[in-house]
Structures are given as structure tokens and as C-alpha cells.
Write a protein that binds this ligand. Structure first.
Ligand SMILES: *[C@@H]1O[C@H](CO)[C@@H](O)[C@H](O)[C@H]1NC(C)=O
Ligand SMILES: *[C@@H]1O[C@H](CO)[C@@H](O)[C@H](O)[C@H]1NC(C)=O
Ligand SMILES: *[C@@H]1O[C@H](CO)[C@@H](O)[C@H](O)[C@H]1NC(C)=O
Ligand SMILES: *[C@@H]1O[C@H](CO)[C@@H](O)[C@H](O)[C@H]1NC(C)=O
Ligand SMILES: *[C@@H]1O[C@H](CO)[C@@H](O)[C@H](O)[C@H]1NC(C)=O
Ligand SMILES: *[C@@H]1O[C@H](CO)[C@@H](O)[C@H](O)[C@H]1NC(C)=O
Ligand SMILES: *[C@@H]1O[C@H](CO)[C@@H](O)[C@H](O)[C@H]1NC(C)=O
Ligand SMILES: *[C@@H]1O[C@H](CO)[C@@H](O)[C@H](O)[C@H]1NC(C)=O
Ligand SMILES: *[C@@H]1O[C@H](CO)[C@@H](O)[C@H](O)[C@H]1NC(C)=O
Ligand SMILES: *[C@@H]1O[C@H](CO)[C@@H](O)[C@H](O)[C@H]1NC(C)=O
Ligand SMILES: *[C@@H]1O[C@H](CO)[C@@H](O)[C@H](O)[C@H]1NC(C)=O
Ligand SMILES: *[C@@H]1O[C@H](CO)[C@@H](O)[C@H](O)[C@H]1NC(C)=O
Length: 647
């Protein structure tokens, strides 16, 4: 008994440190999850040499190794590792990996960098490989430039972690020239049933691109690329898609779309020409490492050599699915030739670093292709069975708020109880910053008389001066909004049982806008929405605070600006469309229409968020008696039909 009581503390003493060091260990063997290390190996100063006082701006070469070791019980699919670079790193090369956001190297890696495996995207588990470390780990050799960290100090990232869902990573720990972290499966996360399969579940995102290989032979394969828009407020016009071939592939033929450049020079003089000696390269399409693909015009839909692909040939237009599901996709097929060592029927590597953009579209950031379950296509022979793709990959592209382009539309507010229009902000869609400008980019906007909305900004000056004559006007006057499209939201009436608004669209651009749409977010008042009269208005099902407005079929054109009837006297005239929208108050008692509930809180036109005025029209007499409003509605409707415009 006595000996035991003496030994017990001793035993505890022996075991305690061991168990502590196991939980916070820096040793791969003690990590039962995914062990990531970042080792700085070498570096040296590179020109230009800067003064010692400016040592923060001295550039250095660095070489590091990023190692991802899968010690977890399951295979790690599509690994993605976050590296928090912090010394203005410029990465020149990374072996066996690509940047997950699709950016190319060499490139700035700033402080938000996620690597994904390439060409091997998955790390097997020890159980699957009898502990073969080569299949369980990925070693990424990094070469780049960093600023300000001289030897013997090591330019380590601020943190590293596994970016895959379902893992928890403690803060990474640094020691000497190395940073490490052990990320464990998050037991509270939903277990992923697909872990042991080759396949990842399909994911959602704003835009999905499927890369389906439909047939494969040793030297080449056919792939079908399908771009689908899943976001109800965005569209693409004249889409341009590009990717990077990683294994010297080239495009031999294509249907449903076309590369911007037909050029096979790189093949003829490169190793492709050497290998495919018998091939007629004058029939091949494109040998660029990063080809750019554009859609074909509508009239090629039934062309037997270029078209005849379902969902092809839409002149690059992809609409929101809510507007027309059949026009929310674009597809094309292509024949791709491979090079050694991939001359094997099963060796298919999808291209990487996908990018897509379009004229009206926001900026998209695309992830790496992820292997998913094979897509099913209707049987071409018309049989009832479906044909499965040989292999399918999915690329998710999400709208990135940071790459959101400058807005192109402007909303003005007006109301029956106020004789002025509140325009959107000065320079809402950008301004020429040159000091020689005759206008001020910072002055708040001037209120306008309603008729001023019908003339181009340049011709409003006199009207605005006259309208604001009782005020001290700034000199120079505020600049215009410079938007291509403006939308006037006019509160037309507000009576006991309901209210109405009149929406007018103006196109100041020089091209017709086909298949236009607008999404109007009205927070409190939305439940009372009844109908649009000259526009097709519908409540968007998955948001329930947004009205989706589009032209009725045949009236979905917003014409371009045209010259006035008498060009010498009259200024140009915008293309316009107008409709009244009615609301009931039965479902929204207490709604304060004139006080703000009757004005939208967000407006999108053709997928672009519009600039809204910062103040609302105000007035003392914000209610119209029922009789007079009903009368005015009756009066206005026929007038609208005849006149299209009655501001
Ligand atoms: C990098 O981090 C700094 C400080 O945290 C931040 O100000 C900067 O915007 C970040 N850069 C990028 C590209 O995210
Ligand atoms: C870190 O790397 C530098 C440069 O290679 C070297 O001089 C230094 O001794 C290394 N430090 C440790 C702790 O390994
Ligand atoms: C895109 O957005 C969806 C949901 O909005 C998200 O689940 C997905 O992880 C995002 N994908 C990427 C690559 O950012
Ligand atoms: C669509 O994109 C917008 C940004 O343009 C975003 O705010 C919205 O959440 C997206 N909606 C859906 C359903 O993905
Ligand atoms: C996206 O737009 C930019 C500028 O308009 C253009 O230079 C670039 O090539 C476009 N990207 C693609 C994939 O076409
Ligand atoms: C192509 O053919 C289909 C079916 O015959 C027809 O409905 C469609 O209008 C044609 N399209 C064009 C652009 O000629
Ligand atoms: C197709 O797009 C081009 C380029 O924007 C445009 O000039 C042309 O008018 C469009 N054609 C049709 C039929 O819409
Ligand atoms: C109005 O738009 C909705 C949603 O896009 C559509 O389902 C409906 O058919 C359209 N109605 C008419 C009359 O065009
Ligand atoms: C083709 O590739 C598969 C998997 O990579 C391999 O098992 C097979 O041996 C290869 N076949 C030939 C003929 O090289
Ligand atoms: C409208 O403004 C433009 C540009 O300032 C000017 O050239 C034109 O004469 C003006 N037209 C009228 C009718 O005032
Ligand atoms: C839509 O409305 C329902 C019921 O009013 C509400 O529960 C739901 O959260 C709303 N959805 C959105 C996306 O606002
Ligand atoms: C109209 O509304 C504007 C903006 O709120 C306000 O400055 C102006 O005084 C109002 N005019 C009248 C006549 O109430």
C-alpha cells in the first residue's frame, strides 16, 4: 500500500507530460488527422539592392516545401490548403498544385492563398495503401519572391490550415524554419457518405460548369462543357470562357462554340507536331495553353458542322433560370488530343484555372474541377435509357464581391406628394477624375423636375438650374451619374386599401437591350404585391422579398438611345419602357408607403446592382383619398397604353 502511494504521483508525473505532448505535438506520427507542414528551405537576396534603411523593401528569393500528409482514417478528397502568406510573396512556381481560385502562376499570392492538388487531387489513407506514404502525402515545392525577411530569419506564413469542409484546425505552430498544424475531422460535422468513393457530391454555386467526357480513346477524348447559371439575379452576355491545359493537350474540333483564335502554330512547331506526324493540323483548331472560347450566333443552331448541340449557339447569352430555364445554360462539345504520358484511354486530366466573364456579368471566381458522379444524358437514339458520361468534373464559379464591376444603372425616386425627382448619386457609375472636368464629382446631386429625366444629362443643366433657382448652387455643378440605364420608381398613389408605383426604364446606351430583367427588393411591402400591368412581375420564390420584372414576350426589348425628331433642336431620346405595379394593403397592415416602405431597398437590372438615391422624396400630404387615386389609376392606364411615357 505504502509503495503504491509513493509511486502513484511518480506514475502521474511520467505520464502527464507525455499525454500533453501528444495533443500539441509537432510530430506527424502523433497526428491522427491531416498533418500540414510548411518548411522554408533556402533563400537569398535578389536585385535590385536597396539601402539598408529600406530593408523592408529588399526582395529575396525563397524556396519552401508544403507537405500534406493524410493520417486520417479516410481518404482525403480534393485537398485544399490555406497558406497565409504575409511578406508580399510573389509565387513563381508550385509543383503538383494549382491555386484553387484559378489564378495562374507566376502571380501575387498576397495573404489569401488556397492551394489544390494537381494532377493528383486526392490523398489516400494509410489503410487503403498499407501505409505507403507516397500515396498518402503531397509535396509541393514552392519558389517565389518575398520582401524584407533576411537570413537567418525564415519568411513563414502567418498560418496554414486545411480548407476542406469538415475539418477543425488549431492555430498552426512555428518552430525554426517550419510551421505545422494537425487538422482533425470535425466529429460534429455531418459525415460525408461519399468519402470512400472516387466521387465528390455535386455542389451549388452561382454558376456551375460541367466538364463531361462522353467518349475516350487512347489518344483523344470528346468532352461536353455545360455552363449553367443558378443565380436568379445575374446573367451573362457574350460569355468568354477560358482554361489552362496542363498536359500539352490541344483542341482538334469543336461544335456549339468556337475558340477566339484558330491557331495551330504552337502544335506544328511543338512536340505535338512531332508526335502526331500524320495529323493534318490545318484541320485542328487551337493549340494555346489557355484558349478562350466564345459562343456561336443563333443562326448556327442547326448547322450540321458547327451546331446541333442542345443549348448551344445562343450568341453568348445566359439568362437567370427563373426567367427562362431553357436559356440559362450554354453547352458545347470538343475533341481533345492528349500527349505522352497520357496516351491511355483512362488518363484524362481536365484543364485547370477556369475563368469566365461576360459583358453584363459580375466577376466570377471559379474553383478547381472536382470529380463528381457521371452526368446522365438522354439517349441520342431516342431510347428511354440514359447514357452516362465516361467521367465528369464540376467547376463552381461564384460571384465575387471584390471583382464586382462598377454599376451601370441608376435608380431615381419620385412620389405624387412631391414635385421633384431624387436622382441617384453623382458619379454613381463612375466619373472621369480629370481635374479639367467642368463638374464636381463630390457635390451631392440636385433635385430635378420630372421632365428632366427625359433628356440626356448634358441637356439637364438649364432645367436643374431653373428648378433649384431659390438655392445657392455649387460651382461647378455636380457631375452626372454616367449610367447606361436609369430606372425611375414613382409612387403613384397611396390609399386605404392599397398603393401603386410606376416604373420607367430608360436606356441611354447605344445598343438595344434584349431580354432585359429587373429584380426589385421591397422588404415590408412585398406581401401585398398584386401585379404588373405592362411588365410581367412575379415574386421570386426563393427570396420572397424580391419582385422579378421582365417584358412580356415580344416586348422584351429596351431600345437604344436614338436621335431626337428634329436633331438640330431636340436632344437625343432614350429607349423607354413603363408599367404600373399595384399592391394591396390587406396583407401588410401598417405599411408606411410614403415613409419608405414603398421604395425599393435594392434594385438589380440585368444582374447588376443599381445605385439608389440616398434620400427619399418627402412631403406633408402623403395620402391620396381613395376616390381620387382610383380615378387617377383609371385615367392613367389608357394613357399609358397610348403614350408609353407620361412622366
Ligand atoms: C492582406 O492583409 C492585410 C492586413 O490583414 C489587409 O489589409 C489586406 O487587404 C490583405 N490583402 C488581401 C489581398 O487580402
Ligand atoms: C533556417 O534557414 C536558414 C537559411 O537557410 C539557416 O541559416 C538557419 O540556420 C535555419 N534555422 C534553423 C533553426 O534551422
Ligand atoms: C460557392 O457558393 C456556394 C453557396 O453560395 C458555396 O457552398 C460554395 O462553397 C462556394 N464555392 C466556392 C468555390 O467558393
Ligand atoms: C446571386 O448573386 C448575388 C450577387 O450578385 C448574391 O447577392 C445572391 O445571394 C445570389 N443569389 C443566389 C440565389 O445565389
Ligand atoms: C475578361 O474580361 C477581360 C477584360 O474585359 C478580358 O481581358 C479577359 O480576357 C476576359 N476573360 C476571359 C476569360 O475572356
Ligand atoms: C432549328 O431547328 C429547329 C427544329 O427543326 C427549329 O425549331 C428551330 O427554329 C431552328 N433554329 C434555327 C435558328 O433555325
Ligand atoms: C450577337 O453578339 C454580337 C456581339 O455583341 C452582336 O453584335 C450581335 O448583334 C448579336 N447577334 C444577335 C443575333 O443577337
Ligand atoms: C411571367 O414570368 C414568369 C417567371 O419568369 C413566367 O413563369 C410566366 O410564364 C411569365 N408570364 C407571362 C404571361 O409571360
Ligand atoms: C492506363 O492507366 C491506368 C491507370 O492510370 C493504368 O492502370 C494502366 O496500366 C494504363 N494502361 C496503359 C496501357 O498504360
Ligand atoms: C444637349 O447637350 C449636348 C452636349 O452638351 C449639346 O451638344 C446639344 O446641343 C444639347 N442639345 C440641346 C437641344 O440642348
Ligand atoms: C419567406 O417567407 C417565409 C414565411 O413568411 C419565411 O419563413 C422565410 O424565412 C422567408 N424566406 C426568405 C428567404 O426570406
Ligand atoms: C421633396 O423631397 C425632397 C427630398 O426629400 C425635399 O428636399 C423637398 O423639400 C421636397 N419637396 C417638397 C415640395 O416637399
Amino acid at each position: 500500500m505504502a509503495t503504491l502511494s509513493i509511486f502513484l504521483p511518480l506514475i502521474l508525473l511520467i505520464f502527464l507530460p507525455v499525454s500533453i505532448s501528444q495533443t500539441s505535438s509537432n510530430n506527424a506520427r502523433d497526428c491522427n488527422g491531416v498533418f500540414i507542414t510548411y518548411d522554408y528551405t533556402s533563400g537569398f537576396p535578389i536585385p535590385p539592392n536597396v539601402l539598408a534603411s529600406d530593408s523592408n523593401n529588399q526582395a529575396y528569393n525563397f524556396r519552401s516545401t508544403l507537405t500534406i500528409l493524410n493520417n486520417s482514417p479516410d481518404e482525403l478528397k480534393s485537398w485544399r490548403v490555406f497558406v497565409g502568406f504575409q511578406h508580399r510573396e510573389f509565387l513563381v512556381s508550385a509543383s503538383h498544385a494549382v491555386l484553387a481560385d484559378g489564378a495562374t502562376l507566376p502571380g501575387d499570392v498576397g495573404n489569401v492563398t488556397v492551394f489544390a492538388g494537381f494532377p493528383i487531387t486526392d490523398l489516400k489513407s494509410a489503410v487503403q495503401t498499407a501505409g505507403d506514404v507516397n500515396q498518402m502525402q503531397a509535396r509541393i515545392e514552392l519558389v517565389g519572391t518575398q520582401y524584407g525577411v533576411a537570413s537567418p530569419a525564415a519568411p513563414l506564413p502567418s498560418s496554414i490550415s486545411l480548407a476542406n469542409d469538415g475539418f477543425l484546425c488549431p492555430p498552426s505552430t512555428s518552430q525554426g524554419n517550419s510551421t505545422q498544424v494537425c487538422c482533425l475531422k470535425d466529429s460534429s460535422a455531418k459525415s460525408n457518405t461519399a468519402t470512400y468513393e472516387e466521387i465528390q457530391p455535386r455542389q451549388g454555386g452561382d454558376l456551375t460548369i460541367m466538364f463531361d467526357v462522353t467518349s475516350s480513346s487512347e489518344s483523344n477524348y470528346w468532352a461536353k462543357v455545360t455552363i449553367s447559371n443558378n443565380n436568379h439575379t445575374s446573367r451573362l452576355d457574350n460569355w468568354r470562357l477560358s482554361w489552362e491545359w496542363m498536359r500539352d493537350e490541344f483542341i482538334y474540333s469543336m461544335k456549339g462554340a468556337y475558340p477566339t483564335i484558330v491557331d495551330t502554330g504552337d502544335c506544328i512547331f511543338g512536340k505535338q507536331g512531332e508526335y502526331y506526324k500524320g495529323m493534318d493540323f490545318s484541320k485542328a483548331l487551337n493549340c494555346d495553353k489557355r484558349p478562350t472560347i466564345i459562343d456561336l450566333p443563333l443562326d448556327k443552331t442547326n448547322d450540321t458542322t458547327l451546331g446541333m448541340v442542345p443549348f448551344c449557339c445562343r450568341n453568348g447569352t445566359i439568362l437567370p433560370p427563373f426567367m427562362d430555364a431553357s436559356k440559362s445554360k450554354s453547352a458545347f462539345v470538343m475533341q481533345v488530343y492528349k500527349m505522352s504520358p497520357d496516351l491511355n484511354i483512362s488518363a484524362i486530366h481536365p484543364p485547370q484555372n477556369w475563368k469566365i466573364n461576360g459583358t453584363y456579368s459580375p466577376g466570377y471566381i471559379c474553383g478547381p474541377p472536382v470529380r463528381v458522379s457521371p452526368s446522365l444524358f438522354p439517349n441520342p437514339a431516342g431510347l428511354s435509357s440514359d447514357t452516362a458520361a465516361v467521367a465528369s468534373w464540376q467547376v463552381i464559379c461564384n460571384i465575387s464581391s471584390s471583382t464586382f464591376k462598377k454599376t451601370k444603372c441608376c435608380v431615381s425616386f419620385s412620389a405624387f406628394f412631391n414635385n421633384s425627382v431624387v436622382p441617384c448619386n453623382t458619379c454613381a457609375c463612375g466619373c472621369n477624375a480629370s481635374p479639367s472636368n467642368m463638374c464636381s464629382a463630390t457635390e451631392p446631386v440636385l433635385l430635378l423636375p420630372p421632365e428632366a429625366l427625359l433628356v440626356p444629362f448634358d441637356n439637364r443643366t438649364e432645367m436643374a438650374k431653373e428648378f433649384n433657382r431659390r438655392r445657392d448652387l455649387p460651382n461647378p455643378l455636380p457631375c452626372g451619374d454616367n449610367c447606361g440605364v436609369s430606372i425611375n420608381w414613382h409612387l403613384l398613389s397611396d390609399f386605404t386599401g392599397g398603393w401603386t408605383a410606376r416604373v420607367t426604364l430608360f436606356n441611354w446606351g447605344d445598343t438595344d437591350i434584349v431580354d432585359w430583367f429587373a429584380a426589385v427588393q421591397l422588404d415590408k411591402a412585398i406581401k401585398g404585391f398584386e401585379k404588373g400591368y405592362s411588365f410581367n412581375g412575379t415574386i421570386m420564390p426563393d427570396t420572397n422579398n424580391t419582385i422579378f420584372i421582365q417584358g412580356f414576350s415580344g416586348l422584351n426589348y429596351l431600345l437604344a438611345e436614338r436621335r431626337g425628331d428634329n436633331p438640330r433642336k431636340d436632344p437625343p431620346v432614350p429607349g423607354t419602357q413603363q408599367s404600373v405595379i399595384s399592391f394591396t394593403k390587406k396583407t401588410t397592415p401598417g405599411v408606411d408607403v410614403g415613409g419608405g416602405d414603398g421604395f425599393p431597398s435594392k434594385v438589380y437590372f440585368n444582374g447588376e446592382e443599381c445605385s439608389l438615391p440616398v434620400i427619399l422624396p418627402s412631403g406633408s400630404n402623403r395620402k391620396v383619398p381613395l376616390a381620387s387615386s382610383a380615378f387617377s389609376l383609371l385615367l392613367i392606364m389608357p394613357v399609358l397604353m397610348v403614350l408609353q411615357l407620361s412622366l
